[in-house]
Design a protein around this ligand. Structure first.
Ligand code: ZN
Length: 517
């Protein structure tokens, strides 16, 4: 009974102690809903952050902001070896947000080991614009038009480069603003709030609680090779531009590890180059009828198919089983290939999958094949990578293999492996080491005269032309000659379903001055 009395007493204090006249500003929050409390707490932090960067008026007075960046990417899971220390490669780009004309330009250029630069640009005015492949490795000279919701991502992603505009976006008409946390790290105190951007990204904005300066922002995601991932973008060395503070240094962290270090060259209210918003002369509109006869698994030879939804994943049908070449992305991407194969050939199991190398866009889907009970074929130095891949932690997007794990079945070969049933034959070759990966597997089908490769020859998918060969492609041609693999009619690029002819492969080499193939 004593407990009851205390409860009654406490209730009395609560009722009579909280008369409106006696409310302190802090206790006023108790009358608010949790959502409103969180919103208002976040708003106070955000307002202090905006004031520290110069205030909303000065930020809104900027006609445009332009950033040119330059630095190095630490090639996590995109290096020559499956483990660190990672290769470092140049990363450059340019971002303009032209507030006065409601338009943006975003160019990013990243190099990869051995294969040089890949670059994409976006030019958007309002909710209309276009996207092109600057070096034409993947998309050739095709213009990809963007409209409406398709422009949300380039707008939101460009805004994430510019703290004053990011905070302004959080403040303007944003009922999604929420308080997240106050915490200490390395002897400093931080406030964390979040909001939802128009592209549905939820950046957690982190402020130094003493200076109210935006330290950076965090996002979380699932990643095929690493499972749960936190990306942290940290801004530093803020400087004053027309009364507004902008960072001149940016460091990207991937699960706490440095992924990119950039120096930012800022200018505000400079003249904007009008040419950036016009489609370059050499680029064409896509052929609207190009995909009229589309089927997901496209037959390219006797018992040989390409999964066009997954780039150039090759499926080979043997008398009693199926072989698949490459397993990109994550469990779900490769599971969709498995499902498509099962639908087309329901009575044969996928016995083997071979992965070209350990980069996530070629290997992350191995988990789906482990789950399906297939044997993974790889080269000796890559075995540990796949054993680790089988044991990653996933809480954001756990796949079925995470709930029902088993020991992966892995077979290795050093230089050459032949899979044959007398009728159908796949020859696998390790063409490494090269500048892209220390071990790299290609496939050759002698009967169908089909050659399959990844990341050593890029065929512009939508364009009709081929580019001048990269140095790694010339090295590959020399390797093919040394292996005696010169008799092929079709060559496949793991990233795309445009199949090139041997003549086109030779043309790409000739454009780079190599005549001996
Ligand atoms: Zn690669």
């Amino acid at each position: 009974m004593r407990v009851q009395k205390i409860a009654t007493l406490l209730l009395g204090i609560f009722i009579f102690g909280c008369s409106p006249e006696k409310q302190s500003p802090e206790s006023a929050g108790a009358d608010l809903s949790p959502a409103m409390r969180s919103y208002q707490k976040a708003q106070t932090i955000l307002n202090a952050g905006i004031a520290t960067l110069g205030g909303a008026e000065k930020i809104k007075a900027l006609e445009n902001i332009s950033i040119e960046y330059e630095g190095l990417r630490h090639m996590i899971n995109q290096s020559r070896r499956p483990e660190g220390p990672w290769d470092k490669e140049p990363s450059t780009g340019k971002i303009i947000i032209d507030r006065k004309s409601n338009r943006l330009y975003n160019l990013s250029s990243n190099s990869y080991p051995g294969i040089g630069a890949f670059g994409m640009s976006w030019a958007i005015t309002g909710r209309e614009g276009f996207h092109i492949d600057v070096y034409r490795n993947h998309h050739g000279n095709e213009v990809m038009k963007l409209s409406g919701q398709e422009t949300d991502w380039p707008w939101a992603a460009s805004t994430r480069w510019m703290p004053p505009l990011l905070l302004l976006q959080a403040a303007e008409n944003n009922t999604s603003l929420r308080w997240i946390d106050s915490y200490q790290k390395d002897g400093r105190t931080f406030d964390a709030i979040s909001f939802v951007q128009p592209d549905k990204t939820v950046p957690v904005l982190i402020f130094d609680a003493t200076t109210h300066l935006l330290e950076g922002y965090e996002t979380v995601r699932d990643e095929g090779v690493y499972g749960d991932v936190t990306d942290f973008i940290r801004f530093a060395d803020y400087q004053d531009f027309n009364g507004v503070k902008l960072p001149t240094k940016r460091t990207d962290y991937f699960n706490g590890e440095i992924a990119r270090e950039l120096a930012l060259q800022i200018s505000v209210n400079s003249p904007v180059d009008e040419n950036l918003f016009a489609i370059p002369a050499a680029y064409e509109r896509p052929n609207e009828n190009a995909n009229a006869s589309y089927t997901r698994l496209k037959k390219i030879g006797e018992g040989v198919y390409i999964d066009q939804d997954m780039g150039g994943i090759m499926i080979v049908e043997f008398r009693d089983f199926i072989f698949v070449m490459d397993c990109p992305g994550n469990f779900f991407m490769s599971q969709s290939t498995i499902d498509a194969v099962r639908e087309m050939i329901p009575d044969k199991a996928i016995k083997y999958v071979a992965s070209s190398h350990t980069h996530g866009d070629h290997a992350g889907g191995a988990r789906a094949y482990f789950y399906a009970g297939a044997t993974l074929i790889t080269t000796p130095a890559h075995v540990e990578f796949y054993k680790k891949l089988a044991k990653i932690k996933q809480t954001i997007m756990p796949d079925p293999f995470f709930s029902s794990p088993k020991e992966p079945v892995i077979e290795t070969f050093a230089n050459k492996k032949v899979i044959t049933d007398g009728e159908q034959t796949v020859e696998l070759y390790n063409v490494g080491p090269n500048a892209h990966s220390e071990e790299l597997v290609i496939a050759y089908l002698p009967k169908q005269k089909i050659l399959w490769q990844a990341d050593i020859f890029f065929i512009p998918f939508t364009g009709k032309e081929v580019n001048a060969a990269m140095p790694i492609t010339i090295e590959f041609a020399q390797k093919l000659k040394a292996l005696g693999i010169t008799d092929f009619e079709q060559i496949i690029d793991a990233h795309h379903s445009r199949v090139a002819t041997r003549a086109e492969f030779r043309a790409t080499l000739q454009k780079a001055g190599y005549e001996e193939f």
